[in-house]
Design a protein. Structure first.
Length: 285
């Protein structure tokens, strides 16, 4: 058998980590600033999170476009071997993010070429709608149980709206941001970039068996932490309720994304998770 040369992926964790830290710092700064217009404060809060995340995704995408991060975004990456028989022997231990193995005689490894074309596996299939609805409903049920345990009733930690003024601010704050934009951007970042980046890095270190649980754990923990940075640490009940509920959702969404190899189901789950709070609040339930 010929010599085996394993590709060493360049990690995307640096832009992901930088984007996460910047988002948290900006969010804390915005939360400590007084604004005369609550709508402006709401918009700024979202932008403090979205802009750094999208920049991190863009930087990672630029690396993929240059061909440097192909295998880094698809798990262990293919092994380039000098003999044709071994070239197709690479398998994916999770069945998720790793794409087809390299074909004999091909100039591009299956992982690398596919990941350069699809940085974040932003696709959705009919089955993802079912899984996403199920995961979102399960996570919201757990969150409601946490609210009952922490506050004695459902909805205490949920959304509330004052006197309704149907304008562009209402459309953004009540519907577009929580039901469409936030799920899309946050899932791109936490399940499209962080999850896959951690999975690739752990695998590259040789701990293939632990790659999936560590990646799911880091993705879920960072997602929960992002939602806790503006909560008063002295309010123990709120910290526990929000922390546990977002952690459970983050872990479930990450596991779904890893199992399917796509983030479409995670986006549907996020929309469902948020919608089960927003819609009842809008309807006055």
């Amino acid at each position: 058998m010929g010599k085996v040369v394993v590709q060493q992926p360049v990690s995307v964790l640096m832009p992901a980590g930088f984007g996460l830290v910047v988002a948290m710092v900006l969010l804390i700064s915005a939360d400590s600033t007084s604004f005369g217009d609550a709508n402006v404060a709401n918009l700024l809060g979202y932008l403090c999170v979205w802009v750094p995340m999208l920049v991190a995704i863009g930087v990672a995408g630029a690396g993929v476009a240059r061909g440097g991060w192909g295998s880094a975004l698809d798990g262990p990456g293919p092994a380039v071997r000098s003999d044709a028989a071994a070239a197709g022997a690479v398998s994916n231990p999770t069945g998720g993010f790793d794409s087809a193995p390299a074909r004999a005689g091909g100039g591009d490894a299956g992982n690398g070429i596919r990941s350069r074309k699809s940085l974040l596996r932003l696709s959705i299939r009919p089955i993802d709608l079912i899984w996403g609805l199920g995961v979102g409903l399960m996570a919201r049920t757990v969150a409601s149980l946490m609210e009952i345990l922490g506050f004695g009733s459902i909805g205490t930690a949920g959304a509330t709206f004052g006197e309704t003024v149907y304008n562009g601010w209402w459309l953004f704050g009540a519907l577009l941001a929580p039901l469409l934009l936030a799920p899309f951007v946050e899932e791109l970042f936490f399940r499209g970039l962080v999850l896959r980046g951690v999975y690739a890095r752990v695998t590259a270190l040789g701990a293939v068996r632990w790659a999936a649980p560590i990646a799911v754990g880091v993705s879920g923990l960072t997602f929960a932490l992002m939602h806790l940075v503006t909560i008063d640490p002295g309010n123990t009940a709120t910290v526990v309720v929000v922390g546990v509920s977002t952690l459970i959702f983050g872990l479930a969404a990450a596991a779904l994304a890893l199992a399917t190899g796509r983030i479409g189901g995670a986006i549907v789950a996020h929309v469902t998770f948020n919608g089960l709070v927003i819609v009842p609040a809008l309807l006055g339930i």
